[in-house]
Design a protein around this ligand. Structure first.
Ligand code: TRP
Length: 381
């Protein structure tokens, strides 16, 4: 069986470093691993519209932002197919057929949809508190996501843990389809980020998730100064009042970020961050720094300077590539256009197989003759 990846993002904003450690960095590694026959990266504009129906301009603008972030982070259009969801109309057709294989009750149980409904203030009861009702398209987006994945016969979906229920629901749809109509679709597996810190990088304020609306993001396209300022304001251990006090590593967001970004060689490269006027330290790895923080004596400023150095070191090549790409916007759109064209071809092939399995391929080669023969026999035989 072919080894195929599909994954993607909603274009509702620029990508931040949570996206980077949660998926983007991994995608670039997978792209370069040579282990995959095909890799599809989708900009999910149609899904973004399921809860931004009144703001198409936002979605449209962010398609380019996300594409710029992808290419700057190192995704290579010669190795991966980057495409725009709405341009592959086969996906909506597949969704329509999959709709028949899913119950409302099953959708209501999807934990990600549940929490998103809450976050967006959609209310199941439209009358209550004058809250907006749940758009049908939004409620059903897990089904459309199943279409995204299966259209490309992807067996691997690299994504964050919030996408687990989507992949699980896709697997159920695949099993239901294949047992009802015949073995056409491929059951995918989710590929989660490898560490806890990478799975859900908190915002700079220590809150559960980086999100644009909370204003707690560090963007891939932030300048070095912006990164430094944001790290400076980061949430640390509120009980660590004096540098000499013992600190709590687990509640200190700076350590969570270091868990996600720091490698041993950074301690050598940025050793000067730990040389101060009153105290200096030599660490070889993060465990040593953590031990010192727990024991007391290691200040948050040193840690923050160290984190800033690492983040800027990581982001600098990405920023440079973005600057170059920003000078060549036609190129970026050409990548998306070509990718979308290629994606259409693959999705069309799957749709053809799906329709044949569902016996709705009346006018396919040979099928019409059979139909005519059978019906003629019925009426005139
Ligand atoms: N739901 C994903 C997000 O919120 C985007 C997405 C749409 C996706 N279709 C997908 C991710 C298929 C993985 C596979 O960012």
């Amino acid at each position: 069986m072919a080894n195929i990846i599909l994954t993607g993002d909603r274009p509702t904003g620029r990508l931040h470093i949570g996206h980077y450690v949660g998926s983007l960095r991994r995608r670039v590694e997978l792209q370069n691993s040579g282990l995959f026959d095909r890799i599809y990266i989708m900009i999910a504009d149609a899904q973004a519209l399921t809860d931004n129906a009144d703001n198409p301009q936002k979605v449209r603008e962010n398609i380019l932002e996300v594409a710029l972030d992808y290419l700057s982070a190192g995704l290579d259009p010669d190795k991966v197919c980057i495409f725009i969801q709405s341009q592959v109309s086969e996906l909506t057709e597949l969704t329509f057929f999959y709709n028949n294989l899913v119950t409302i009750q099953r959708l209501q149980r999807n934990p990600t949809v549940k929490s998103e409904i809450q976050m967006r203030g959609f209310n199941a009861d439209e009358e209550a508190d004058n809250k907006a009702g749940i758009p049908v398209g939004f409620f059903c987006y897990p089904i459309s996501q199943a279409a995204d994945i299966t259209a490309f016969k992807a067996n691997v979906v690299p994504a964050g843990e919030d996408q687990k229920p989507m992949v699980e629901q896709t697997r159920e749809i695949v099993r239901k389809f294949n047992s009802t109509y015949g073995p056409v679709l491929v059951e995918p597996e989710i590929l989660l980020p490898d560490s806890h810190a990478c799975q859900r990088l908190p915002g700079t304020d220590g809150k559960a998730k980086m999100s644009k609306s909370l204003g707690n993001c560090i963007y891939l396209s932030d300048s070095a100064e912006e990164v430094a300022a944001k790290v400076k304001g980061m949430f640390t251990d509120p009980n660590h009042l004096q540098v000499s006090d013992p600190g709590n590593v687990e509640v200190n967001t700076v350590f969570t970020y270091l868990d996600a970004f720091c490698r041993d060689e950074h301690f050598e490269k940025f050793a000067s961050c730990f040389v101060g006027r009153k105290s200096s330290f030599t660490f070889h790895n993060l465990d040593e720094a953590k031990a010192q923080y727990r024991a007391g004596g290691l200040g948050d400023m040193m840690l923050k300077n160290f984190l800033t150095a690492i983040l800027n070191d990581t982001l600098e090549p990405i920023r440079q590539r973005r600057k170059e790409l920003e000078k060549n916007i036609p190129y970026v759109y050409e990548v998306l256009r070509k990718g979308s064209e290629q994606a259409c071809q693959t999705a069309a092939q799957t749709l053809k197989e799906v329709k044949a399995a569902m016996k709705i391929n009346y006018f396919d080669q040979g099928v019409l003759d059979e139909l005519i023969a059978a019906q003629t026999a019925k009426y005139n035989g």
